[in-house]
Design a protein around this ligand. Structure first.
Ligand code: C5P
Length: 305
């Protein structure tokens, strides 16, 4: 049994489920680019408690039903492109199994939003199906397989705070000695990750900036203290993302002017902006304010740490 399997829970009806929480990049620096075009990063990942939820029921045929608040957006992409489906195909091939089971994905997180929703769903699928199909794949096997689905998927298997390096495969678990309430706000525009990475290059070139970020020398300081995180780090994809999606600046401005946050920045390649607060109650109050201001923005309050 892998440590990831502790994420499998039993629903009241006896079926199994795995939560697929949102991934937040508390900071994201780009330290290089590989020959294949993928970028080398240094990032602190944290995960919320809530998000999507993937439910597994034993069944002869393999089916995937998408429900939840963002099911309509997910319905616009072909089922073969759903990362849960991709995860199932890859696992079946690796373990020599025929896909089976009735899966329901409760899709609450927005798509192409910088929250790793699809990656988190795929990781949940690997954990659940490894158990359901009795594949017996080890933690190492699952990590290797997950990287074939996407660069963020390995970190989503544990869904715990991690320093992430390489393109997303070098993982170092860390303990956050703090907890915080978090508000996530998405202006409702999907942002293409490859386009943002392309924009990163042209943004730096146009300003005569060095092509890449330098590694942080004292990562402990940054992990331990939100104010250090704020001062010493950033999300290097935020400026290029704002060029593609100026609404990110609108969201950030609203949160900055209407709440007393401890950290405010974009996650991943955007467009979701998150803000950290003293506790979940404070975060919920801010979420309420955001919903009143812009009913068409996607908003979620939760906690991390
Ligand atoms: O791996 P994933 O499918 O999430 O990546 C989507 C795209 O984002 C890649 O095709 C690549 O253009 C870009 N990317 C990158 N470097 C990373 C992760 C993603 O350039 N470390």
């Amino acid at each position: 049994m892998t440590a990831f399997e502790s994420r499998l829970k039993e629903a009241p009806d006896g079926s199994l489920y795995v939560r697929a929480p949102a991934k937040l990049n508390l900071f994201l620096h780009i330290t290089g680019r590989k020959d294949d075009g993928y970028h080398v990063l240094e990032s602190l990942f944290a995960f919320t408690k809530l998000g999507d939820l993937l439910n597994f029921k034993a069944a002869e045929d393999f089916t995937l039903t998408v429900a939840g608040a963002n099911a309509d957006a997910a319905a616009n992409i072909p089922v073969e492109e759903n990362l849960v489906f991709k995860a199932a195909q890859l696992l079946a091939k690796a373990a020599g199994k025929t896909p089976s089971g009735a899966l329901t994905l409760d899709k609450n997180l927005p798509l192409a939003a910088g929250l790793g929703g699809g990656s988190s769903d795929a990781a949940a699928a690997l954990i659940g199906l490894n158990h359901l199909w009795d594949c017996g794949l080890s933690e190492g096997d699952l990590l290797a397989l997950s990287l074939k689905i996407g660069a963020d998927v390995p970190s989503c298997l544990a869904a715990e705070p991690q320093i992430v390096r390489g393109i997303g495969e070098k993982l170092q678990r860390v303990q956050l000695p703090w907890s915080a309430g978090v508000v996530m706000v998405n202006p409702g525009k999907p942002v293409s990750t490859p386009d943002v990475f392309k924009g990163f290059k042209s943004f730096r070139e146009a300003r005569g900036l060095p092509p890449f970020d330098v590694s942080i020398t004292d990562l402990n300081k940054v992990v331990e203290d939100i104010s250090m995180l704020d001062v010493l780090t950033s999300n290097s994809l935020q400026d290029p993302a704002c060029q593609l999606c100026p609404e990110i600046m609108e969201v950030e401005r609203f949160l900055r002017l209407n709440s007393q946050q401890e950290l405010l920045r974009m996650s991943g390649s955007g467009a979701t902006v998150f803000a950290l607060y003293h506790d979940k109650q404070a975060a919920e109050a801010v979420a309420h304010r955001v919903r009143q201001h812009a009913p068409n923005w996607w908003v979620m309050a939760d906690e991390i740490g």
